[in-house]
Ligand binder design. Structure first.
Ligand code: CRA
Length: 823
């Protein structure tokens, strides 16, 4: 979408140019002014953090004019997107902003003139870790793409005071340490002190009118929490458009009970405040684990209600008639966390704005859309009816009515009871629960999965019956990643090579990467390709040495497994292969082994004991192997602590092999797989999630696929073969025996017995079944590595053929098929 010319106040070049220009000298003055007038110090006394703040503020100024223009555009009647997400894993913003404004070199020079190193100060910025993993990072990539495509959009979420915990390692065990990204201030955000909404909780409902039906009720809440807005600009590519990420912070309506305080109850006087503020205190640390606690439900309702109130206020101000809401706004619910939007939008329309039920339902179902990100039963949100009744009584009432209208036609035509049970929003099989996926589905215009396989499985499994009732509702939108972040900024070496060979156009059009194909066999180009990769590997080796004390050889194959630690992601399959390889090396040390470094990184949910034990296993195995001379020069194992966005940006350009080895059918999409392939890593993976589409793009010869398909997994499970220990191969058996022999845990030889027990009693994630195929495929990896030219060819082809995974493509598809907005 293009701005009208009249709206553009500074269109002198492609990039945002403030009146005073962007030269290094001008920047130097701007930074010095910020240092003095905003930070309150001078160059002689400034710390690195002071320099970071001054630089961020100076850069932020360069965004402001364009932000104002974009806001005008967004509010000029164009349909806009509201992306509702409990998570936005945006990471550091300085590099992002500099890159998108094309100001990196200029600011580097400006700072150098002041004796300050840009790289040092940008490392100071804390990661905004407002998310757990893929879902949160996807929201961040989407926000960047929407700004880059000049699509008017607001991101709506929570301004958590503490993001995802910092992971420390003590003796190889994960330690969760509080994360405090806001403690030294946040130069990017703007507090909108005049923008506050009241979010009610609890209490009772009263019937006001005598008419029947769901309208005419008044909710008398027991408690009201205030939602205060904080805005962060989201700068699109070349600074052409700037959207807003609006995060809500929770406050008590009454911050202090002065009477209680004066009578000496200093703690009690603050109790309401503490309770209210708890809502935006910490990011819920679950990642596909059951999230069944009241605070989480309060968080979900809090941000959903505030965001909807904000949207309705804006719409009423700009357009008046709420019936036109679907023409001017599309809401995307990122997973079911904002699914209460279905009931809350209905409540606001009928209770607060006095619309009739049918009118309100039509508006709601034409405005809302829902993205599903997982089929794992434990991650499908369900809330106990009793909890909902206590916390959100009016919503429960509305949900019952929605459900009644949804089921009534089925009852009327005497549909099968099992079908009615299956599609009901209320699950009554064991206790009574509200199924949030069903609620989101029924209230949405479109429902999407995040890869072709995942969407297919949605239609066949969790939403099978709903899909039959609403056959056109489910669509697929395969995930994507923003190349600005995951190529241009994370990998300047490769980007430099690409622009040298393909011209600057490659920065604007990921499709242009395909032109690299013609160089895949060119040995001079392969040398350049290898050289830039080597530089990234040297950089990673330095970080590994600093953070773990382990020296790794940049000439070795860097085999990388980076993501949340979860049984379905099967880090244990990888570790058992490491153990088997170590065993093979020890029994045949003289063989020509391919030098490998196994690199692991990822956090486990704090309450997920088995995942934490897997981290300990990786660390114990690493300690023994790294200190064994027999493995020296052949195998090293590293567990890098505190995996986050900025660490990913360092690891990904340096990876040779990308581990995407989930049990087929369980990883909805994955996005790390896309980032790694784009940066030239070859994938070893199962036919799961987006791996399937990556294979289609890069070609079966340039990816290592192994293991059972999703269908085979199903068959295997139905036949109970995963419980059959007699199917174990001798190599697998030996790896398990070594794991439990105590050689990796001499201080506690039985430490890993529970892991072995889980695999032998109910190998739910099919580790044993896929092990041999994985082992054999790893040996094919070794073979290819021994042919550097063939490896580089495949690596170049990966980079050149994954342009389709740009989140710009994904967003265009959402815009076209779901939101119905022009791009
Ligand atoms: N954990 C999926 O498991 C997917 C992302 C983003 C996940 C990933 O395969 O790439 O979402 N699901 O679509 C999820 O969070 C609640 O479900 C993830 O990040």
């Amino acid at each position: 979408m293009q701005h009208d010319e009249a709206e553009i106040t500074f269109a002198a070049s492609e990039t945002a140019q403030p009146a005073e220009g962007n030269g290094a000298e001008v920047f130097q003055q701007a930074i010095l002014a910020k240092l003095t007038y905003n930070v309150g110090t001078n160059p002689a006394h400034a710390t690195d953090h002071d320099w970071f703040t001054a630089t961020a503020l100076a850069v932020r100024d360069r965004v402001m004019d364009r932000w104002m223009v974009s806001k005008g555009f967004n509010q000029a009647g164009h349909k806009h997107i509201c992306y509702f997400s409990l998570e936005f894993l945006i990471g550091q913003l300085l590099s992002d902003t500099l890159n998108n404004l094309r100001l990196t070199d200029c600011v580097r020079e400006a700072l150098a003139g002041l004796g300050v190193d840009l790289d040092r100060i940008r490392a100071i910025e804390p990661d905004a870790a407002l998310g757990n993993g893929g879902l949160g990072r996807l929201a961040a990539c989407f926000m960047e793409s929407m700004a880059s495509l000049e699509l008017p959009a607001y991101g709506y979420g929570i301004r958590y005071e503490h993001g995802l915990f910092r992971q420390g390692l003590r003796d190889g065990w994960q330690q969760e340490l509080p994360e405090d990204w806001l403690v030294r201030g946040n130069p990017w955000e703007f507090e909108r002190s005049d923008l506050v909404y009241q979010v009610p909780f609890g209490g009772s409902i009263e019937k006001m009118s005598t008419s029947g039906g769901p309208t005419g009720f008044v909710w008398r809440p027991a408690e009201t929490v205030q939602a205060a807005a904080f805005d962060t600009p989201v700068v699109g590519w070349r600074g052409r458009h700037v959207n807003t990420l609006r995060l809500w912070s929770a406050r008590a309506a009454e911050p202090l009970r002065l009477d209680a305080f004066n009578s000496g109850d200093h703690v009690g006087a603050l109790a309401d405040r503490t309770k209210a503020e708890a809502i935006s205190r910490v990011l819920y640390p679950g990642d596909e684990t059951e999230a069944g606690r009241e605070l989480r439900l309060r968080q979900e309702f809090f941000f959903t209600s505030a965001s909807l109130q904000d949207l309705l206020a804006r719409h009423t101000r700009l357009h008046g008639d709420l019936n036109t809401l679907p023409d001017h706004a599309a809401i995307q619910m990122n997973d079911t966390h904002p699914a209460l939007a279905v009931a809350e939008l209905m409540r606001l329309l009928i209770d607060e704005h006095a619309l009739a039920w049918d009118e309100a339902w039509s508006i709601t179902t034409r405005t809302l859309n829902y993205t599903n990100h997982t089929l794992m039963p434990e991650a499908l949100e369900r809330w106990p009816v009793s909890l909902m009744e206590r916390l959100l009584p009016r919503h429960l009432q509305i949900i019952y009515h929605i459900n009644w209208l949804h089921l009534e036609p089925l009852i009327r035509r005497s549909a099968d009871v099992e079908l009615i049970k299956a599609v009901s929003v209320i699950d009554e099989s064991q206790g009574r629960y509200v199924r949030m996926g069903h609620l989101a589905f029924i209230g949405a215009h479109k429902v999407n999965g995040v890869s072709a396989l995942h969407t297919g499985l949605m239609r066949q499994t969790v939403f099978r019956d709903l899909n039959a009732l609403y056959p056109d509702r489910i669509v697929n939108k395969t995930n994507g990643i923003t190349f600005r972040r995951w190529l241009h900024q994370a990998n300047p070496q490769l980007t430099h090579l690409l622009t040298r060979e393909l011209g600057e156009a490659v920065l604007d059009d990921p499709g242009a990467l395909i032109k690299l194909e013609r160089l895949a066999d060119d040995s001079a180009f392969q040398d350049c390709f290898r050289n830039q990769r080597h530089a990234s590997k040297v950089n990673l080796a330095k970080i590994v040495a600093e953070r773990t004390g382990v020296q790794i050889d940049p000439g070795a194959l860097f085999d990388v497994h980076i993501k949340r630690i979860h049984e379905y992601k099967r880090q244990i399959l990888n570790i058992l292969e490491v153990i088997a390889l170590y065993d093979a090396i020890r029994s045949e040390p003289e063989r020509n082994w391919v030098p490998r470094v196994k690199i692991f990184a990822g956090k486990a949910a704090a309450s997920y004991h088995r995942a934490k034990l897997i981290i300990k296993l990786a660390n114990d195995v690493a300690r023994i192997i790294n200190s064994d001379p027999a493995a020296s020069g052949r195998l090293k194992v590293v567990f890098l602590p505190n995996y986050n966005v900025s660490l990913a940006e360092v690891i990904i350009p340096a990876a040779d092999l990308s581990e995407q080895i989930s049990t087929a059918g369980m990883e909805a999409s994955g996005t790390g797989n896309m980032k790694l392939a784009l940066n030239g890593a070859l994938t070893i993976g199962t036919l799961d999630g987006a791996n399937i589409e990556i294979r289609e793009c890069v070609g079966a010869d340039n990816i290592f696929i192994f293991g059972m398909t999703a269908e085979e997994v199903e068959t295997y499970r139905k036949a109970q073969m995963h419980r059959d220990r007699s199917r174990w191969s001798p190599r697998f058996e030996r790896a398990i025996n070594l794991m439990t022999s105590g050689i990796f845990s001499p201080d506690d030889p039985h430490r890993f017995d529970t892991l072995a027990h889980a695999l032998s009693s109910d190998d739910a994630f099919m580790v044993a079944a896929d092990f041999d195929s994985y082992w054999a495929t790893q040996r094919r990896v070794d073979e290819l590595w021994q042919q550097p030219s063939a490896w580089s060819r495949a690596s170049v082809l990966n980079t050149s053929r994954v342009g389709w995974f740009s989140s710009d493509r994904t967003i265009r598809e959402y815009a076209d098929e779901i939101w119905k907005v022009p791009v």
